[in-house]
Design a protein around this ligand. Structure first.
Ligand code: 5GP
Length: 193
């Protein structure tokens, strides 16, 4: 997606060979027009599927997931990283190790919001080692829901998550796929990869 790649090149900060900071439009401040385009692009890529629910994880998956939900008219459920007092029981839970924070979080979704009748699209901001997506797949499986695929805003294709998940037969659509962050430079794979 050209506008997203341009934005990454203009505003992304390469913090190391493995971490990209995009807090001007995705991870802290949010660019609503770009998010709207991102939602429409996910909708286009999955226009061959019927999606009844979009599943993401707080906090940075919520904006792109909501814009997709707005585009296709489907509800968005986000997995919570902390158990709230009102979310004590009746949960699906999974453990997710965070690549950027180097900590493990228990993530949970209420059983009220995901069922065996759902056709789920998983959405997240980044795909690195695939831990967050694996946790969401685990939760969808516990619900007996059908996962039709995954939509990722920025994949770091030089890490293993995307490869491992695709090898399991999971459809992944990423809107920008980074080949390398070496020498402080962002290099993308070709559009077709
Ligand atoms: P994974 O679970 O695939 O290893 O990592 C994905 C999660 O870690 C995403 O939800 C995202 O929040 C965070 N993440 C991974 N790599 C990066 C990165 O380079 N930059 C930012 N801002 N977040 C990242």
């Amino acid at each position: 997606m050209k506008s997203l790649k341009d934005k990454i090149l203009q505003e992304g900060k390469v913090l190391s060979d493995t971490v990209l900071k995009v807090d001007t439009f995705l991870n802290h401040q949010i660019d609503p027009l770009l998010m709207k385009e991102i939602g429409e692009e996910f909708a286009n890529r999955y226009s061959d599927e019927v999606i009844t629910k979009i599943l993401t994880i707080e906090s940075s998956g919520i904006a792109p997931a909501t814009m997709l939900g707005l585009t296709i008219g489907a509800p968005v459920v986000f997995a919570r990283k902390r158990k709230s007092l009102t979310l004590a029981n009746n949960l699906y839970s999974s453990s997710v190790h965070s690549f950027t924070k180097n900590e493990t979080n228990e993530i949970s979704v209420s059983r009220d919001f995901l069922t065996a009748d759902d056709n789920v699209l998983i959405v997240d901001d980044f795909l690195a080692n695939g831990e967050a997506v694996k946790g969401l797949l685990d939760i969808a499986e516990q619900a007996g829901a059908n996962v039709i695929g995954v939509g990722i805003v920025i994949e770091k294709g030089f890490q293993e998550g995307g490869k491992n998940l695709r090898e399991q037969g999971i459809r992944i659509e990423s809107l920008a796929n980074i080949k390398s962050l070496a020498n402080g430079q962002v290099e993308f794979y070709d559009e077709l990869i």
